[in-house]
Design a protein around this ligand. Structure first.
Ligand code: HEC
Ligand code: HEC
Ligand SMILES: [Ca+2]
Ligand SMILES: [Ca+2]
Ligand SMILES: [Ca+2]
Length: 450
């Protein structure tokens, strides 16, 4: 039987586990071929999968690209790594940094197309209870500025310790971040302003996620939990379009996401967002020279977008089949959807009609008070987050040299990431608490294989 020996589960969880095992069992008898295909699938990105477990594993082009497309990918890659400089510079074409910014390149935060860990590469989003940006600091806190302009200030992330224990008595501790601002250069933050800290996510396979038809995502939504399983995924919407990218699915597509990153994170204007980011109180910033209007033109912006769209997904490595069964038994797969199909693609043939295993439903879920940032983002509430894809989580340590997870990087490893789950995912967390040490290890081995 695929479930293998199951010992110290709570009775309630044992029922779920047996049910899952039964669903996975058909009448035929081949012992290892049972269960859904995702449990053993290694081509996580379909035809967009590459065999690479090196430090460059998140940075490979789709293997299906033509020679011409590969050249466009390379141009996008170098713009992604480009260090933008202060204008005016002799290096016309890569000047216009700031005046306010967070980093001088995309790769400054998404190192090797991977993810950041606090305190580096973290963004702080700001808003008033009305949803409006802070009047003096705007919607994003920029802690850097060009010479002659004051950075908005500095941010400290400290933490308090939250203790807990697994059902078998094994203790654990979690770190709850506490954010504070100092050296505020433009007066106090507005009364009641909410702050949301976010790390830079890894960028593998984002083009495949962009190619999943909106109808496929919406079909999985269950806003009013009609099936009564306690899980009610909801889409975010931006001007009527499905939100897909960002920790709250607050961007509808990669073009908008990339152009917004250039504008807000690096201070580079583009045809999509032609204004420099500063508020009326930031007088020196308003007077600063720019590096062209816009600072990145449509052609080069398109190259960076194409580069994002055509990043491949590394092949899955050896893991634990039992861990995959436990993943389903604990109902992790109710949000971390193992299998999706992409639709047609206007970008490149390799993205179209692929069976992929991203482990996300791209929907918003109420994750409880523990993870709440209290800040609404389009239709997402202060307690909702988009299910992040799990492909690549096992390679983060090798590529980025850390194992920090969740939207603000508070989890020091994958186990802590699961232990923070609450709200709609509380039953999944409790199932995890009820697992034996061996079962936890099997689940972890499965996650590390992704
Ligand atoms: C200061 C750090 C920082 C810089 C610089 C930065 N990013 Fe990001 N990036 C982030 C953060 C943080 C998020 C998540 C944003 C959110 O949740 O609101 C993100 C999200 C993304 C996403 C969406 C990924 C997903 O799975 O949802 C893409 C694509 C992306 N960035 C591309 C870029 C590109 C291209 C550049 C350069 C133009 C860039 N980023 C520069 C921090 C950064
Ligand atoms: C109700 C939906 C839901 C269920 C069920 C669920 N998750 Fe999640 N998971 C999420 C969301 C949403 C986040 C992002 C939360 C955040 O960053 O604050 C997340 C984050 C994670 C992360 C961190 C990913 C990253 O990139 O930082 C891991 C690992 C993870 N989940 C594994 C699991 C496992 C294992 C289970 C089952 C025991 C599970 N999840 C059950 C919705 C869910
Ligand atoms: Ca600029
Ligand atoms: Ca700002
Ligand atoms: Ca439901």
């Amino acid at each position: 039987m695929i479930a293998g020996p199951v010992r110290p589960f709570s009775n309630r969880f044992r029922v779920v586990l047996l049910a899952a095992a039964l669903v996975g069992c058909s009448a035929d008898a081949a012992p290892l071929a049972r269960g859904p295909a995702w449990q053993t699938a290694t081509a996580l990105g379909g035809a967009g999968t590459v065999r690479d477990n090196t430090r460059n594993a998140f940075s490979q082009p789709l293997p299906t690209l033509s020679m011409k497309e590969r050249r466009a990918f390379q141009v996008g890659n170098s713009l992604f790594n480009e260090n933008w400089v202060v204008a005016p510079a002799s290096a016309a074409g890569r000047d216009g940094l700031g005046p306010l910014f967070n980093a001088n390149s995309c790769s400054g935060c998404h190192f090797k197309d991977g993810r950041s860990a606090p305190p580096h590469g973290v963004l702080y989003r700001l808003s008033l209870p009305t949803g409006q940006p802070d009047p003096h600091y705007g919607g994003q806190f920029q802690d850097k500025a060009i010479p002659g302009v004051a950075p908005e200030g500095a941010v400290d992330q400290e933490h308090t310790i939250v203790p807990g224990a697994f059902d078998d008595g094994t203790p654990y501790t979690l770190l709850r971040p506490v954010v504070s601002f100092r050296n505020l250069a433009y007066g106090p933050l507005a009364e009641g302003v909410t702050v949301s800290a976010r790390v830079a996510p890894a960028l593998l396979g984002v083009g495949l996620l962009e190619s999943v038809p909106e109808a496929t995502v919406l079909a999985r939504a269950d806003e009013h939990d009609r099936d009564g399983d306690g899980i009610s995924g909801r889409p975010n919407r931006i001007g009527g379009r499905l939100g897909r990218f960002g920790w709250k699915a607050n961007q509808p597509d990669l073009y908008t996401q990339v152009a917004a990153a250039f504008q807000n994170d690096i201070g580079i204007t583009s045809p999509a967002f032609s204004d420099e980011v500063h508020t009326s109180r930031q007088v020196a910033a308003r007077a600063a020279p720019h590096g062209g209007q816009p600072e990145i033109d449509a052609h080069r912006l398109a190259r960076v977008v194409f580069y994002m769209q055509t990043l491949a997904v590394p092949e899955r490595r050896a893991g634990s089949r039992r861990g995959a069964v436990l993943f389903a038994a604990a109902r992790c797969d109710a949000c971390h959807t193992p299998t999706l199909q992409t639709g047609p693609s206007a970008t490149t043939a390799g993205l179209a009609y692929q069976t992929i295993h991203p482990y996300t439903d791209l929907l918003l879920h109420d994750m409880g008070e523990g993870l709440a940032d209290g800040r609404a983002d389009h239709e997402a509430t202060g307690r909702e987050w988009r299910t992040p894809p799990l492909w690549g989580v096992g390679l983060v340590e090798k590529i980025n040299g850390h194992t920090r997870f969740l939207h603000d990087g508070r989890a020091r490893n994958l186990i802590e990431a699961i232990l923070w789950h609450g709200g709609e995912a509380d039953a999944a967390r409790r199932a995890f608490l009820a697992m034996s040490k061996q079962e936890r290890a099997a689940l972890l081995a499965f996650l590390r294989s992704l």
